[in-house]
Design a binder for this molecule. Structure first.
Ligand SMILES: C[S@@+](CC[C@H](N)C(=O)[O-])C[C@H]1O[C@@H](n2cnc3c(N)ncnc32)[C@H](O)[C@@H]1O
Length: 164
């Protein structure tokens, strides 16, 4: 499940990675980006993406343990409070699944420094409070809007471990 999927920079590769037998659930509050995602998926012949427009609520309208993987990429700077979202992520993630976050727009980040209000340590703390343990972290070249930048991706599991 790709929460705040936008036009699908990460939804499309995820759909390609899981293949025709898998599904990617793409959630966004903006119907226009979902239309662009739908057009792109059609061009690429991908029929395993299920797009859902939400009203921006942090309640995720899926049953407990619905998903193997949750992506929250370049979206964590949006909600006023992130804790309810992390609690929902834990509820809808399978026991063996993992949560992957790309916390873009941290304090001092570029571009758009005015969006950068959160601190990485706070995000890690909040995710831990919601019942996740660290799994893996990457510092990689990542797609942000239409250009690349270096960024951090953190993966968390429902079982406490330590960073690899
Ligand atoms: C900056 S874009 C990132 C898109 C994509 N994840 C990426 O990394 O390229 C953030 C997206 O999250 C969506 N979004 C923000 N808050 C949301 C919420 N509460 N529920 C659903 N979508 C949300 C926005 O509409 C926007 O399309």
């Amino acid at each position: 499940m790709d929460f705040g999927c936008g036009v699908g920079h990460y939804t499309i590769p995820a759909a390609q990675a899981v293949g025709p037998a898998g599904h990617v659930y793409a959630l966004d509050k903006d119907g226009r980006v979902l239309q662009q995602l739908g057009a792109k998926a059609q061009d690429l012949g991908l029929s395993n993406i299920e797009a859902l427009q939400t009203a921006g609520e942090l309640r995720i309208n899926y049953p407990d343990e619905a998903f193997d993987v949750i992506l929250a990429y370049d979206v964590l700077h949006y909600p006023e409070r992130r804790e309810p979202l992390f609690t929902e992520f834990r509820r809808v993630l399978k026991e063996e699944g993992f949560l992957s976050v790309y916390p873009k727009h941290r304090r001092g980040d570029h571009p758009l420094p005015s969006l950068g209000r959160m601190f990485l340590d706070d995000v890690i703390e909040e995710i831990g409070q919601a019942g996740f343990g660290p799994k893996r972290r990457f510092y990689e070249r990542l797609l942000h809007d239409d250009s690349y930048n270096q960024g951090i991706v953190l993966n968390f599991s429902r079982r406490a471990r330590s960073w690899r």
